[in-house]
Ligand binder design. Sequence first.
Ligand code: MN
Length: 285
Amino acid sequence: LRKKGRYGDAVRGNTGDPGWAYHIFQHDAPATLAPLRLRMTTPLVLLTSTTKDIGGLMRVRLNEAYVNAARSAGLAPLVLPPVAPDELMPLLDIASGVILTGGEDIDPAEYGAKPHPAAGAPHPQRDKCELALARMARERGVPTLAICRGIQTVNVAFGGTLVQDIASERPSNINHDQSDERATRLHQVSIEPDSRLAAAVGGSEISVNSSHHQSIDTLAPGLRLTARSPDDIVEGVEWFGDDWWMLGVQWHPEELVDDAKAWDRGLFRAFAVEVARYKEIGDRR
Ligand code: MN
């Protein structure tokens, strides 16, 4: 991937050839990357992931749909493994957005509850990583899209609690846990008309897919409830203040970006607009 020439030549002589970016890997490159950042055009977003034993080896794993949804919104996806919280800063430094992705149930100890019998085995390393990442993203104002487990992560990170098992704790005629129909719109969601979420999806009554058995219970301070299902399950939240663009949804928009309905493309587009804005401000600093 290296091109000819020295780092300095690449910066001074850059005429739009994207190949310049690879010069940062040369051993004689200076320590600071500031001049290069000005020339990077595609914003980079971190996507959280899990680790899983597949075929006898622990692997870093993320559904490809998240990666492709980010790419289709014009973003450069970087998969973030569940690292320790004190390893997050250099990774967040190079990113202009965060996608908190779906996955395991969060350890109930993180919100002061005892495990429900139906709660899944926790992944403590991932919990620690993502809870810290959510708090750091808020401190820095990094645009954040929180999906499924992600909306629960944000709620727990700021002091909220979760319903550990909807089927037994909030039974209704809606089955929220239809993991075998990930790209099928299964239930209605009512969205607060004046919310950022309504603006992003372009509607206040939409239908969504549903692949979750937990949901937000007590809402964390700082969060606004923006969407609920007909059986009163929390399906959307956002940050109240203007200091952080954060939208959380309980459904899986990443599975619906190729759908005939534009709602979920709109959600990723709105995120990409905020990511580009954040990057532009950072580049001007
Ligand atoms: Mn649902």
